[in-house]
Design a protein. Sequence first.
Length: 158
Amino acid sequence: MTLTLFGLASKEQPRVAHLRVAPDQIRFSGTVAQAFETAETNVDFHGIAKDSSVVGFFKIDRGYSAKYDFATPTDIGLRAFLIDLGQQEKGHGTTACRALPAYLNPLYPQAKTLWLTVNVINLAAVRSYRNGGFDDTGQIWPHGEAGPQHVMRCALHA
């Protein structure tokens, strides 16, 4: 199995439109349709493919520090990370997270840190991020739409 990460233009929504998560996961990641419907100038779309099948999606927020004071203006944020329901529990999330630094470094050379917040009750996602190379800062972001969130970070440059 080979996982690859790739960029998506806003007109390429059909490539990832088939991706679904369980109804109870939508409050954490949202849907692909919601991601494309929300106009955000500082957000880039990306996909995750296993061999030739698209299995996941995420957004990179270049303006992450405007909302989250723990990030610096050159840092970036990982948002709306999701793996298709039929592809979950196969290690794809962890593998994709491990691939993020090498993938993101040439695309965002100014960024030294990739940040995310993950709901404290979303234990599978917390485990996947930790196993994928993210460090839990010990901070809690209390303003998550679905409740309190762990603040996690991943170094992009050594």
